[in-house]
Design a protein around this ligand. Structure first.
Ligand code: SF4
Length: 452
């Protein structure tokens, strides 16, 4: 919980000396509570007071990064239980578990398959981020060379050692890649904390239940290792969801520091499709990292799509750049279409125009990410904004005709738009699925009429 002005006043010197530029300690405390000043402005504040304030200012869920600095995966620092309260900030990282009981060639092929799990979806690049290498044979050297191979191939790593020795060997081989070390338990936490500290890597902590987990993280943090990821040890979907929810609630609602870390979950039981369903549930509530077994590309796409939807800020819809876009290689005779900059709208129009096999120019109007009808209702997609976008796009310099196709839903704007921009307005289909038929018929007829 944030400290109140009164809480802060209690830990200040209470001498009212005024050296902080405020007449009293209480006045200074009130400024501190609203973060308008820093504690350093009081030369007499004790170290304890500074530590208390620093602790209170720390985020309720720690930010932890895994992987090399230039392409690290960031987890945690979430601030709400429900997305509509604010937003979710750091998308759940997805790791594919690969066991080491395979030949080097098979391992390389498996890592290649994980690397290939990347997609371009509504203009965003989405992917599976990590490989979780599980030491299945208990051979430290084999484990270390599998880790080195994956790191060399550019994969971020979770190292799941069968022993502290195995983990130590693998961590030494790839520590510059900052792998997540899995896992400290009640039996080995001291050695694991030492290992994590020595190689500067984040550490996963696994308890048998939340009580044991909280006890372990408190001990490990006290030993100086604070980049932790927590695993409650639950492995059934119901228990996992319950623990993930409890961890998030305790961290945010009670500021319970021992569980104020990003949480991980395993969706490695059952058939691949069950794993995808489980993983998607954990993405929704509230895993920062989910481990699955190997996924087919279509299974991974379903998972990263679910994640993309959950981690898109509902107040900031995914948008494409306003201006002129092309479909295929349009020329001066190609049609000019108008649409909004809401990604889903734009990419649907783009795909349906591609399907029509008619190269086209698309003028994208900045509607702040709203779809056609929503933007029209909100007066962001009106005759004025469309005319302005047509002018700014300079599409007139690229085509020899003056015909523009607007979405069928805004047919009512035709007259005013024609007046404003001086182009002939063709009313396109209400749904973009009708674009191929529109191009075959109305666009062809309008072009023929204009040239006759
Ligand atoms: Fe109080 Fe410190 Fe300000 Fe003096 S400098 S008034 S002790 S807060």
């Amino acid at each position: 919980m944030p400290l109140t002005a009164l809480d802060i006043y209690k830990i200040l010197p209470k001498t009212n000396c005024g050296e902080c530029a405020f007449p009293t300690c209480l006045a200074f405390a009130m400024q501190l509570a609203t973060k308008k000043v820093a504690i350093d402005a009081c030369p007499y504040a004790s170290d304890d007071a500074k530590a208390t304030l620093a602790g209170a200012a720390a985020p309720p869920i720690r930010l932890v990064s895994v992987g090399p600095t230039e392409q690290c995966i960031v987890m945690g620092k979430e601030t709400v239980l429900f997305r509509h309260e604010e937003t979710f900030y750091h998308p759940t990282a997805i790791a594919v578990r690969i066991r080491t009981d395979r030949s080097p060639e098979e391992l390389r092929a498996a890592f290649e398959r994980v690397k290939a799990l990347q997609f371009d979806r509504v203009g965003q690049y989405v992917r599976v981020e990590l490989v979780a290498i599980e030491d299945a044979t208990g051979e430290p050297e084999r484990f270390a060379s599998a880790a080195a191979l994956a790191a060399e191939m550019g994969l971020a790593l979770v190292l799941m050692g069968s022993s502290t020795d195995a983990l130590s060997a693998a961590a030494s081989a790839v520590k510059q890649h900052r792998p997540l070390l899995y896992a400290a338990t009640a039996e080995n936490w001291e050695a694991m904390a030492q290992l994590a500290k020595g190689c500067g890597c984040p550490l996963a902590v696994r308890g048998k239940n939340l009580d044991e987990l909280a006890d372990l993280t408190a001990r490990i943090a006290a030993s100086g290792v604070t980049d932790l990821v927590v695993d409650s040890g639950a492995r059934t979907p119901a228990a996992t969801l319950q623990d993930l929810t409890q961890i998030r609630r305790l961290a945010l609602r009670k500021t319970f520091r021992p569980l104020g870390y990003p949480a991980m979950a395993f969706a490695t039981a059952g058939e691949p499709l069950d794993q995808v369903a489980q993983a998607a549930a954990y993405v929704c509530k509230y895993a920062a990292l989910v481990v699955t077994d190997e996924l087919e590309p279509w299974q991974a796409l379903a998972l990263v799509t679910a994640r993309q939807n959950i981690y898109t800020d509902p107040q900031k819809p995914i948008q494409v750049e306003a201006g002129i876009h092309t479909v295929g290689a349009p020329d001066e005779t190609s049609p000019v279409l108008v649409t909004t900059n809401f990604s889903l709208t734009y990419f649907t129009v783009e795909a349906d125009t591609e399907a029509s096999r008619t190269p086209a120019w698309v003028v994208v109007v900045n509607t702040e990410g709203m779809s056609v009808m929503t933007a029209w209702a909100a007066d962001k997609f009106n005759a004025e904004s469309i005319a302005k976008a047509i002018g700014e796009s300079q599409v007139a310099e690229r085509v020899g005709h003056r015909r523009i196709v607007i979405p069928g839903g805004i047919a009512a704007l035709s007259g005013k738009l024609e007046e404003l921009c001086g182009w002939q307005i063709l009313v396109g289909p209400r749904e973009s699925a009708g674009i191929p038929a529109f191009m075959r018929t109305q666009w062809k007829q309008a072009s023929a009429a204009a040239s006759s």
